[in-house]
Design a binder for this molecule. Sequence first.
Ligand code: DAV
Length: 388
Amino acid sequence: MSRPTNLVNSWNEWDPLREIVVGVADNACFEPAEPGHRPQLRTPDGGSAPFPTGPKPAEMIERANEQLDGLVRLLESQGVTVHRPVAPDLASPLRTPDFQVENQYCVVCPRDVMITLGNEIIEATMSRRARYFEYQAYRKLVYSYWNNDPGMVWTVAPKPSMADSMYRQDFWEWPLEERHRRMHSSEFCVTQDEVIFDAADISRFGRDIVVQESMTTNRSGIHWLKRHLEPRGFRVHPVHFPLDFFPSHIDCTFVPLRPGLVLTNPERPLREGEEQLFLRNGWELVDVPQPTSTNDEMPRYCQSSKWLSMNVLSISPTKVVCEEREKPLQDLLDKLGFEVFPVPFRDVFEYGGSLHCATWDVNREGTAEDYFPVNDYRPLAEGPRMLG
Ligand code: DAV
């Protein structure tokens, strides 16, 4: 049998899933404090006790791996091909010409690093030092797609320096009042001087790409995405959630599940006006219920919010994988007509996310649909200069 050539093909977050990458917890370390990140323990002693450093204990890694393996088994039982990254040594200190960091983090969340946009795989710039080299864990896989799919396009976004000057360190000290005052300015812990984005700030809707301005994606990063993707036929829409004072990654805030339906976060509304693109094209924005944990009840080393509850993974436009404890959300999904697959995943939370974060879909059925025919999209004034 001849090999299929379109190995890399994924245009949105919901089309029937054929091939996916699921992270592994092997070799994971505690995330170090750095200018772009201040890890903190969850209460009751969150204010005083120091956040651990160095490799995570073996039994914690084992527990996370068991849950990741459980997700793999579920996906395989649904006919999905699953690949895993290879975790390199992450415990050694890292030094580049511009920064040093005591250790790397983990390779549990490919979503943050890698993205498939149609037939193209993009490696994000990343925004934190401990994650600068995370792409390396996926290179073997990327090479296998590169070697076996002649139509695949492989793009590595420019690496930022991650030098001290790239960060705005006083951001972490701003009192709540100041954050409130600045909530529409979208200035966070990274400056605008360099191109910065994490792949998980992007959500895919066929030929439309939605990108959140955040602590991990700046306006220069969005500008790079526009300049890169518009000539390929995409429309790139920046979005903002002004009530999220520490935004990072869109997949706990704005989660499309099928054409016409986005799950939204009731505590993080879109900036006024940005909902129009969706409403004018007949999309429904449906608020999810409160998560089953408060922020304080999240696992001790978890740096994500309680809204990991909505970090679900679509197997198809009718099948969704959801964390097993999130019964209120499962009931909503059921009412909306989805078949829900609950899996335990809380032991993975401290590795950076839940079900959507811990995966990177490489192949879903389907093509580049236009879900937003009614739009007043304005591409960048200066198109790229073509040869000839
Ligand atoms: O709401 O804390 C977490 C995303 C993790 N990758 C949140 C976003």
